[in-house]
Write a protein that binds this ligand. Sequence first.
Ligand SMILES: [Zn+2]
Length: 246
Amino acid sequence: MSVDEWRQRVRVLPGLLSELEVTKRREDVVSSRRSRASGQSPLVFRLGAAEVMSEIEALLRSVLVTYGLENGRGVVLDSLPRMLVRVGEHASWVDKHKRSGEWSSRLDGLIARGWSVVDTPPDRIRLGVCGAPIAEGEDCPGELWREPDQVVVQCPLCGAVCDVRERMDVALKRASAFRAPLSVVVQVLRSSGVKISHEQARKWTTRTDAHGRRLLSHVAVRSDGTKLYAVGDVLASLGARKRDVS
Ligand SMILES: [Zn+2]
C-alpha cells in the first residue's frame, strides 16, 4: 500500500461515480423480456449502481469519522465528492493507518463492482422520436425503441416502419462533434448499441499505428485536466480497427 495508490483511487473515483449516477438514471434500460432471470433485470442494474454508491459513501464516511476521532477534530460529512476530496487530503494519514489495508481492499472491490454495473449494455435502445408526417405540418410523437439485434422497428403510434441502421447512422453523425471524457463517450455509444468496450477505447489512446500516429487522440482538455474525446473520432478508431481485423 502507498500514498500514491490512495491518491490514485481518489483520482479515479469521480469518473466512476458520475457513470454510476448515469446508470442510476438510465431510462433506456427497459427489459422487454419477462422470461429473463431477475438478476438481469434493468431495475437491478440501477439498484446495483445505487448500492455501490452508498457503500462507497459509507466507507469514506467511516474513514473520515476515524480520522476525526483519532485527531480530535470535527469532520464535515456532506456530499460524496467532497468527502472524497477530504480523504485525498488525508491520504498519507489513511495510508499509515492500521486499517489502511482493509479500507483499500474494500474500496478496490467496490470500484470493480461499480464498473461491472456501469458496463452493461441496455436491453432496449431508444431510437428517438418517430417524426413521420401524420398530418399537415404535424409529426408523429411516437417513441421508437429497438432490441439490440433488431433491424427494423415499427412505430407504435402511427405504424411507420423505419430502418434501425439508418436511424443510428443519422443520430451518430449528429453527435460526432460531441466531446466528453472517454468513459462518457464510450457509455453514450454503448447505450446507442455500438459494440465498444472501455478497455478497447483506452488502449487506442496509448497505441500508435504503422506511421506513428496515435490511434485515438483527445480534442481538448477540460480545466480540471480531464481529456475530452470527440464521438466521431472514437467511432473512426472503431471503424479502423474493424478494417484491420477483416
Ligand atoms: Zn410514428
